[in-house]
Design a binder for this molecule. Sequence first.
Ligand code: CTP
Ligand code: MG
Length: 335
Amino acid sequence: RMLKRQMLCRLDIDWLNAAFLAIYESLVPLEEETAKQKQFFMLLEKLVSKEWPEARLYLYGSCANSFGVSKSDIDVCLAIEDAEINKSEVLLKLADILQSDNFQNVQALTRARVPIVKLMEPVSGISCDICLNNVLAVVNTKLLRDYAQIDVRLRQLAFIVKHWAKSRGVNATYQGTLSSYAYVLMCIHFLQQRRPAILPCLQEMGTTYSIIVDDIQCAYFDQVEKLHGFGSRNKETIAQLVWAFFNYWAYRHDYANAVISVRTGSILSKREKDWTRRIGNDRHLICIEDPFEISHDLGRVVDKFSIKVLREEFERAADIMQYDPNPCVTLFEPY
Ligand code: CTP
Ligand code: MG
């Protein structure tokens, strides 16, 4: 109890909170950067519509979900409805078009798990990945963006968690750690669970937005402008939330049995999801349910080695928040 009191005193100190807010502000992209991305996207749209007049182009990922820090790459999805298309052919054709329009470093990665065309825009230096028909990602991008509009503390917390994850080398799915998308879902779930709650569960509310993508019904309440002030009964500051977030993942999460679920705004059991044993490469050592593709565990990339790395990093972060005199520096020290 004494520790807890010490901690609360410390986190009450305004400077700590101000320091976290300053880090957040420094990560937010400038308006001119966002404007450049828009321009770049419009140029792509023009080129694409010449070749595929029926196709649509969407921004997704961090440049569209409001969790993008300055200088992020941009993620674009080319949606072509024709079921007959050959994905590799379309991507090769697209690469051709972009190449002849003076884009640099154009590469078609047709054999990747998610086939994409990669390119760089020479003037602004913007890098971009274009995938094909990944409409579910466009829809979950909208869900994240809608959540971000309800309470600014989500965006603040997620920026700090993403910044921490990148600094500490635990934001690489190819190394068995978690994607940025997974970290944002962890933040949303965490804020749904605070008492009083800081975020509602949009998928449990009356449907105002509904779309069927790849046979999956995606439905939720998207009139988020009506939810401003939802979390205002909860007065927790960003410093307190960062402390509590890491404390949860270091010491309170039940790794053996629990699945976090933004879809239901609650914790489910591994047993009810049938995520209790390893199937193929899915080990379910940390379980994060995708809000729409509910058979998809975003923790499935984590293996028995990287779960240790992850949990040690959560503990390190929690301990720094508890005891370090200058957590805003130590937390983000390169690994
Ligand atoms: N995505 C997904 N399922 C995953 C991983 C990603 O649907 N398992 C989609 C999400 O729409 C996500 C987008 O791909 O927003 C980009 O994922 P990611 O690179 O993890 O997140 P970003 O928000 O782009 O983060 P960063 O700033 O690190 O690029
Ligand atoms: Mg991205």
